[in-house]
Design a protein around this ligand. Structure first.
Ligand code: GDP
Length: 441
């Protein structure tokens, strides 16, 4: 989970601080020593840590903090603000060019997640009403072109490729012409990476940059590589010049050193965070919300945005209709489960709720339970899904066998569904009543 280790330590430190009515300078200093250690253990750049702690200390040991009624809260507030600042302050977005197409050049080392990010970005732009062209300019990594084509197919979006025998500079130039003639308003260039930074790579990228003059050069780095990611970013910015960073694999990064250092070291903002392998697993990077998550203060705004993004408006309306008519079936139940799952792992979702962060760290969230439910429902016939009442003894056994579960599991699910249906009916009745009242009055 994102920042799990760091969040746990910081929250423990601050819980102790909050527990004290009055704080002395010594209390604050000793808490900050713990914060410093936690940040270093999280693999945050040493200079960044030093600078951060001295800034917080300067603000936190003053009279107005120590004499306030809630000194612990005040210290946390300061840490929150400084963490936000550390990660770049305000959110930095990708701007669309006034004269389309907006050309976005993705760069980075092999395996950082460039191709995946190209697909994820395309999905974001499509949601924004744009018509992006994906460009396969990585002619060295075997399968990179195919990988992009597969993503393009899934998004039903064109992919420009000239195979792996042409010069990447020629490919990107031809791609821009294609976008212009096709009317694509965004172009996403998936350039080649290498295992390490070398002159050849930098030369090639510089040539592409000179030839197509991208509106945005984004560097894709793997957050799990910690300080290596920071060094790569520094080097890319020095030699090529970048406009921002996409930090991938944050979902697996319990430490968070790259996220916390990269922006201060390079002076360039993190624009997006990759939080999973699926196409929807890309979040705009909000430094303030990240800071809140690290401090266990939750991130309700991201949670709401996620729900809005994943909830299919049409499906929501259909569901409402069904509720009203009391036609909620097991098929709908499964649909709902699917939508919740699309939002991310349960733990990740719960972590966005204020106050929950530190408390769920030991909770063993059984995602397997959901798999079971899906397997059971999938083993039912269409008729059974629509009318679960008909599922009696022998059918229950068949379904259990078919889904690799036990009859008890099937029984439990049917009971749960019945309860849900009852609850849904009540909600539906209430809505009916409300609507009827309005129409009558
Ligand atoms: P490229 O060589 O830079 O184009 O890297 P790829 O796009 O092929 O990604 C390398 C691997 O990282 C693939 O297995 C991706 O599925 C995975 N990956 C990319 N982004 C993320 C992310 O945000 N989270 C996780 N968990 N995996 C990711």
């Amino acid at each position: 989970m994102i920042f799990e280790g760091l969040a746990e330590k910081l929250q423990d430190t601050f819980d102790k601080l909050k527990g004290k009515g009055k704080l002395s300078e010594k209390d604050v200093k000793s808490a900050l020593r713990e914060v410093k250690l936690a940040l270093l253990e999280a693999d945050v750049n040493f200079k960044v840590v030093k600078n951060f702690i001295s800034k917080v200390e300067e603000r936190a040991v003053g009279k107005e903090v120590l004499d306030s009624l809630t000194p612990g809260q005040q210290v946390i507030k300061i840490v929150n603000e400084e963490l936000t600042d550390l990660m770049g302050g305000a959110q930095s977005k990708v701007e669309y060019a006034s004269d389309p197409p907006t050309v976005i050049m993705l760069t980075g080392l092999q395996g950082a997640g460039k191709t995946t990010t190209a697909g994820k970005l395309a999905k974001k732009f499509i949601k924004d009403g744009k018509d992006p062209l994906l460009v396969a300019a990585d002619v060295y990594r075997p399968a990179a072109i195919k990988q992009l084509q597969v993503l393009g197919e899934r998004l039903d979006q064109p992919v420009f490729s000239m195979g792996d025998k042409q010069d990447p500079v020629d490919i990107t130039k031809a791609a821009i012409s294609r976008a212009e003639s096709n009317g694509n308003d965004v172009v996403i260039l998936d350039t080649a990476g290498r295992l390490h930074i070398d002159e050849e790579l930098m030369d090639e990228l510089s040539q592409i940059k000179a030839a197509v003059v991208p509106d945005e050069i984004l560097l894709v780095v793997d957050s799990m590589t910690g300080q290596d990611a920071v060094n790569v970013a520094d080097k890319f910015d020095d030699t090529l010049g970048i406009d921002g960073v996409v930090l991938t694999k944050l979902d697996g990064d319990a430490r968070g050193g790259a996220a916390l250092s990269i922006s201060s070291v390079t002076g360039k903002p993190i624009k997006f965070a990759g939080v999973g392998e699926k196409l929807e697993d890309l979040e705009p990077f909000h430094p303030d919300r990240m800071a809140s998550r690290i401090l266990g203060m939750g991130d309700v705004l991201s949670l709401i945005e996620k729900a809005e993004e994943e909830m299919d408006q049409k499906k929501a309306q259909e569901l409402e209709e069904k509720l009203r008519k009391n036609e909620f079936t097991l098929e709908d139940f499964m649909d709902q489960l699917e939508q919740v799952r699309n939002m991310g792992s349960f733990k990740e979702i719960l972590n966005m709720i204020p106050g929950v962060g530190n408390k769920i760290k030991d909770l063993d969230m059984d995602e397997g339970q959901l798999d079971k439910i899906e397997a059971i429902i999938s083993s039912m016939t269409k008729e059974e899904k629509r009318d679960p009442e008909m599922i009696k003894g022998s059918r229950r056994r068949r379904i259990a066998n078919g889904s690799g579960t036990e009859v008890q599991d099937v029984n439990r699910l049917l009971k749960q569904f019945k309860q849900t249906q009852k609850m849904m009916k009540q909600v539906g009745d209430m809505q009916k009543g409300g609507l009827g009242g309005k129409m009558g009055g």
